[in-house]
Each structure stands twice: as C-alpha cells, then as structure tokens.
Design a protein around this ligand. Structure first.
Ligand code: NAP
Length: 312
C-alpha cells in the first residue's frame, strides 16, 4: 500500500485564487487593499526565506505587504515601538512579527512583543486574547499552521469527528492550537511531547497523527497504524550525509538532491511511513504552503472585521 498524497501546494494555489477575488472586492469597496505589516528582526536565514515568501505571496494576491526590517542589535523598546506604529496604522490590517527574535533581546522578548500586537490585527493568532477565544471556540484569528492542517483535512474529506487524533508537540504556535482545533471538531485528542513514555505505542492508536516536533524522520513505521492519516508539520534541514542516508534509500531522488545541494528539507515523518499510512502530507509541499495561505486569509478576515464587514 502507498499512502495518498495530501497536496498542500495545490490547495494553497486554490485558496490563493479564492482570496484574490475577495481581496479585489475589498479593494474596490474601500479604495485600498487589505494591508499586512511584517516585522523581521535580525538575520536568521530561515526567517528571511519565510518572510520573503509571505511578502511575495501577499503582493501577488493583491494585498499591500510591507516589511519592517530591524537589525539584530535593536532593543526590545524599539521593536515594541514599531509594533505600536503598526497597531495605529490605518492601512495595516494584519501584523506579523517573525519568530524567533534574536536571543540578545532577552528571554521574554518574544512574549512581550507578541502580547503588544493589537488582537484585531494579530494574524498569527498568538495574543492571549485570540488564544483565549480559540479555547472557547469563538476565534476568528487562529494560528496559521494548525488552521492550514484543518483546512487540508476538511477539503480532502477526511473525517475528524469521533476519530482519535494524536498530536506530537505542544508549542503555542502549532501543537496546542492544533489539539484545540481537532477537539473542537469532535476528535478525541491526545497531545504528546518530549516527556511522553512509549511514544510510538501512543501514536499507533491514532487515526489522525500530526507530527510537529522538529526532528527529522522521528515518526517511523512503528508509530503508525496502517491506513492512518499522517500530517507532517516538521521542517528540518538535513545537512548530514549519514542522516540523509538513513532517511532515503539509494536511488531516491531526494538523496540525489542532497548530494547535489549538500542539504535537503525533510519533515518529522520518515519516508518509509508512506508504505503504511492511508494518507500523508509531503515535505516540502504539504503544510508549509498552507501556512502562508492561512496567513493571507487571516489578513483578509482582519481587514473585513476592521471595516465592519466580516469576510473570508
Ligand atoms: P517547538 O516549539 O520546538 O516544539 C517542539 C515540540 O516537540 C515540543 O512540544 C517538544 O516537547 C516536542 N518534542 C521534542 N522532541 C520530542 C521527542 N523526541 N518526542 C516527542 N516530542 C518531542 O517547535 P514548533 O515551533 O512547534 O515546530 C515544530 C516543527 O514544525 C519544526 O520542525 C518547525 O520548523 C515546523 N514548523 C513548520 C511550519 C510550517 O509552516 N510547515 C510552521 C511552524 C513550525 P516539549 O514541550 O516537552 O519540549
């Protein structure tokens, strides 16, 4: 058996077209496009790529998408001042501060900066107000990656109600909101983390298994019930030839890619899982593109709500 591929890239393209039409309608009606302000602090290479993709997609779809770039030496107070300016901006409906912030800003910098975003513009769904609304099942702005996973499951007609869903990972940005979204759709949800004993055995009970860990190939065949739906949120850059060799058999196109580029992007799910799962999201091309699509939808929603006309 070979797992059905859940194509996040294709769904993201479809969603972009849907959103493009709504963005055009908003722009006609309000005389300005919905606006997204992204704050990027420092020079983290992965963040640079993520932010570039978000800006590019936003502009292509018709949003106003602005970058506020700050040096790694910026102070917390200066960063808070930039967020405050975006909070007051008439033309910015959504604000995103790219994580991680430089360590030198202090251990609680990220929390303080996220907390300072106006909840109505919090398109990453990370402020305490929006997290609280999510817990109470009345949120409009929900973290983009887990809501992208739900969008994919629903549009692929994968039943959630009554299913046992296991989420590996309990971060504020992926694991916890993922668990809540599945719970709100009547799944029975188990959340696992680094202190969970017998992880493989717990995961084998899952009808829907979501891996959001950050460890290349952690989820092997022994974690997966035959026929289960497996969602791979992990994005790990592998630059070690031994690890690449453990993940991909000789002759695998991804191994050839590794040898030509010196690194390869892999998920938390080992490729061998495709032999046993019923459906599986690829990495790349699975959850990643949907995260951006949901950011676009959240920005459109924030714009609609600010204009007194809920959309999206
Ligand atoms: P994170 O904040 O580092 O959280 C990782 C979680 O995994 C933690 O809850 C941790 O447990 C758990 N964990 C670590 N090692 C484990 C193990 N051996 N067994 C079981 N659980 C373990 O990471 P994150 O921000 O949630 O991101 C997770 C992954 O998703 C990363 O690869 C990230 O790059 C990727 N990601 C992808 C997208 C996308 O758009 N595709 C978006 C966001 C994140 P503890 O809580 O006990 O430490």
């Amino acid at each position: 058996m070979s797992a059905r591929t859940l194509d996040g890239q294709a769904l993201a393209r479809t969603m972009h077209e849907e959103i493009r039409a709504e963005v055009a309608a908003f722009t006609r009606q309000h005389g300005r496009p919905p606006g997204l302000g992204i704050v990027l602090v420092g020079d983290n290479a992965a963040s640079e790529v993520y932010v570039r993709n978000k800006l590019k997609t936003g502009s292509e779809i018709g949003f106003r998408a602005d970058l506020e770039r700050l040096p790694a030496t910026v102070t917390l107070a200066e960063t808070l001042a930039v967020v405050e300016r975006l909070n007051r901006s008439e033309v910015h409906d959504g604000i995103l501060v790219q994580s991680p912030l430089p360590k030198a800003m202090g251990p609680d910098a990220e929390q303080r900066v996220f907390d300072s975003i106006l909840p109505a513009k919090d398109v990453d769904g990370l402020t305490p107000v929006n997290v609280g609304l999510l817990v109470q099942k009345r949120a409009t702005l929900v973290a983009c990656t887990p809501s992208g996973v739900i969008e994919l499951l629903e549009r692929e007609n994968i039943p959630i109600a009554g299913r046992h869903a296991v989420v590996i990972g309990r971060s504020d940005i992926v694991g916890k909101p993922m668990a809540l979204l599945l719970l709100h759709r009547d799944a029975t949800v188990t959340v696992c983390h680094s202190r969970t004993p017998n992880l493989a055995e717990v995961c084998r009970g899952a009808d829907i298994l979501v891996a959001a860990v950050g460890k290349a190939g952690l989820v092997t065949k022994e974690f997966v019930k035959p026929g289960a739906v497996v969602v791979d949120v992990g994005m790990n850059k592998v630059a070690d030839a031994t690890i690449a060799g453990e993940l991909f058999h000789e002759g695998h196109p991804r191994l050839a890619l590794f040898r030509s580029k010196g690194s390869v992007l892999v998920g938390d799910v080992h490729p061998e899982v495709a032999e046993i799962a019923g459906a599986l999201t690829p990495v790349p091309g699975g959850v990643g593109p949907l995260t951006i699509a949901m950011l676009m939808r959240n920005t459109l929603r924030a714009a609609g709500a600010r204009a007194g006309q809920p959309v999206g």
